[in-house]
Ligand binder design. Structure first.
Ligand SMILES: Cc1cc2nc3c(=O)[nH]c(=O)nc-3n(C[C@H](O)[C@H](O)[C@H](O)COP(=O)(O)OP(=O)(O)OC[C@H]3O[C@@H](n4cnc5c(N)ncnc54)[C@H](O)[C@@H]3O)c2cc1C
Length: 556
């Protein structure tokens, strides 16, 4: 996939998608597969905003059982299975635990019934799936077993634990990128660092956007029959270019922490976090809500900390006080193995739509359902906006959005195939067979952890990375200070995956820095390789290093 800015302005596309988070990426793939000509732009790198901030859980929607929202559960269960099928190298089963208390709603009796209902509702979850993707039946385990699995829990009142299986993405940034790479292979034109600055309007018709290439400041016009605004938290900002009054979506920030050790072995945990919200009247409210802790590679992800946000979207950042407050919440719920501040290796925040704030408790009330806005109602033809609430269900929303695009084009929508078509790298019969083959083929040539990492990130394309050895054997060596990431991955990111900046490679194309600062040596080595490929001057290298460093800084 090459960054070809001219190709964006050379023709009128059927659809232009503004924003390449998971909602834009899945839409680009679904619409392209169904025969539409697609342009996709992002003002930053692909997936650098909220989509890079998730807990990486592909939810089967167990929590919707509480509201008996079976339709929504079925949607999530189906999407979980589809993700494991179309990207089997990236999405894997994850065992999850929730302690039980008393004998009412949170008790083992109700939880046993819940586990059973979940299994019945997801009766087809393993149909035609690779064995490695089979999700076992849920059950309630003893208090002793629950505490063995999650030894740090506050033990008070625990009388068992509900255990079920969900799924987790090994690398959510590469999953998102795989949708874009796959769409580009089928003819979509995608470009990062292109910012939509205004709409091209012909009366009430929206004919695309005027945009700016942020890498060199050039302006360009991108023409399309239908424009879709998938700009996540920036949805109001984009619409405000049409109507200054528009404030359709209220936003909350949501933050996760990465802890640089395994607090749990193989099982994720839902547990009570204890929070205190400052209220406008100067008082505060204390309460509890469910937090989630998930083992991920050699680290632990913990989420989610919510706060309303009305500031400048491009200046939102994590503060030291956010981290301290969240650590307090976590350690009150998991007091027997508290997380220390210096174990927090990384933190990230994204935007989620919210309905409002609870008037008594100050708690953020998150929006539960996605919305596809058809702006015809507002008098703007040929424009849709999509506001999603979950990474998990983005593909399903993309199918529905494509259907609406076809309606706007006055064409009959062909059936979507994005539920069966494997993403690039996903072509394999069995994940474990592929992994074992790779281990035996490269037994003497690469470390086991490099092979494991290559297969999990690139799937059936992993050989493409190893092929770079023909051009330069040195590229088979790992980046300085890192035992897994090969130099060839950096070359591949620049040549084939549109990595333009050091942070693109460090945070989103490779595993170098997504769990924490990779070390000065690794950053410098990576920058050196990129500088050679992209002809960076010494000053540019310095700027890239500074920009990447700033991604790990906490603001006071
Ligand atoms: C902390 C946290 C944890 C989460 N955990 C999970 C989870 O475990 N599982 C799950 O299913 N979901 C989870 N979610 C929800 C999920 O991450 C989001 O619903 C999803 O990523 C939103 O994607 P998006 O494409 O709408 O937005 P984004 O990813 O924000 O994408 C919007 C894009 O639009 C671009 N853009 C904005 N303005 C312009 C412009 N003018 N021109 C061009 N481009 C523009 C931005 O740069 C951005 O890349 C979590 C969310 C958060 C914040």
């Amino acid at each position: 996939m090459k960054r070809d800015i001219d190709a964006l302005s050379q023709k009128e596309f059927d659809v232009l998608i503004i924003g390449a988070g998971i909602y834009g990426a899945t839409l680009a793939w679904d619409a392209t597969l169904r025969g539409l000509s697609v342009a996709l732009i992002d003002k930053n790198d692909f997936g650098a905003a909220t989509s890079a901030n998730s807990l990486k859980i592909i939810h089967g929607g167990l929590r919707y059982l509480q509201q008996l929202d079976i339709k929504r559960m079925r949607e999530s269960i189906r999407e979980r299975r589809i993700f494991m099928h179309i990207a089997p190298h990236l999405v894997h089963p994850l065992s999850c635990l929730m302690p039980t208390y008393g004998h009412l709603m949170k008790g083992p009796e109700v939880m046993t019934a819940g586990m059973l209902m979940n299994d019945i509702i997801s009766f087809d979850r393993n149909n035609h799936m690779d064995k490695q993707k089979h999700l076992s039946m849920g059950k309630v385990v003893s208090r002793k077993r629950c505490l063995e699995l999650a030894p740090g829990l506050d033990r008070t009142g625990i009388n068992g634990g509900a255990l079920w299986t969900d799924a987790q993405v090994y690398n959510s940034e590469r999953l998102l990128l795989s949708f874009i790479l796959s769409a580009a292979q089928e003819g979509a034109v995608a470009a990062n660092y292109v910012k939509a600055s205004s709409f091209i309007q012909k009366g009430q018709r929206i004919g695309g956007v005027q945009a700016v290439d942020s890498l060199n400041g050039d302006s360009l016009g991108i023409h399309a029959k239908v424009t879709v605004n998938t700009s996540g938290g920036w949805v109001n900002q984009i619409l405000n270019r049409l109507d200054n009054q528009t404030q359709r979506v209220n936003l909350s920030t949501a933050m996760n922490l990465v802890v640089n050790r395994k607090l749990l072995q193989d099982t994720a945990l839902g547990f009570n976090g204890y929070f205190t919200y400052p209220l406008e009247n100067g008082k505060s409210y204390s309460g509890r809500h469910v937090l989630f802790m998930a083992p991920w590679r050699e680290s632990t992800l913990i989420g989610t900390y919510h706060r309303p946000y009305a500031g400048n979207l491009d200046e939102m950042h994590v503060t030291e006080s956010d981290i301290q407050s969240f650590l307090e919440e976590i350690n009150k719920g998991y007091p027997n193995d508290p997380v220390q501040r210096d174990e927090v290796s990384y933190f990230y925040k994204g935007f989620l739509p919210m309905n409002g704030i609870h008037h008594k408790t100050g708690e953020v009330n998150l929006t539960k359902h996605y919305t596809i806005y058809n702006h015809q109602k507002d008098g703007w033809l040929d424009l849709l906006s999509v506001v999603g609430v979950k990474y998990t269900t983005a593909r399903d929303v993309a199918v529905k959005t494509s259907n609406m695009i076809f309606k706007k084009l006055g064409q009959k929508a062909p059936k979507s195939t994005s539920h069966t078509r494997r993403l690039t790298g996903g072509e394999m019969d069995s994940f474990e067979t592929l992994l074992n083959e790779a281990f035996s083929l490269y037994n003497n040539k690469l470390s086991r952890s490099s092979v494991n990492h290559l297969v999990r990130n690139f799937g059936s394309n992993y050989m493409k990375i190893l092929d770079y050895s023909r051009e330069n054997k040195v590229w088979m060596e790992a980046i300085e200070g890192n035992s897994e990431v090969l130099q060839a991955e950096v070359i591949h990111a620049v040549r084939q995956e549109m990595a333009c900046k050091l942070s693109d490679v460090v945070l989103r194309r490779t595993d170098l820095g997504s769990a924490g600062h990779p070390g000065k040596e690794a950053l410098e080595d990576c920058a050196k390789i990129m500088a050679k490929e992209l002809g960076w001057s010494k000053n540019q290298v310095k700027k890239e290093l500074e920009e990447t460093e700033s991604c790990y800084n906490v603001k006071s």
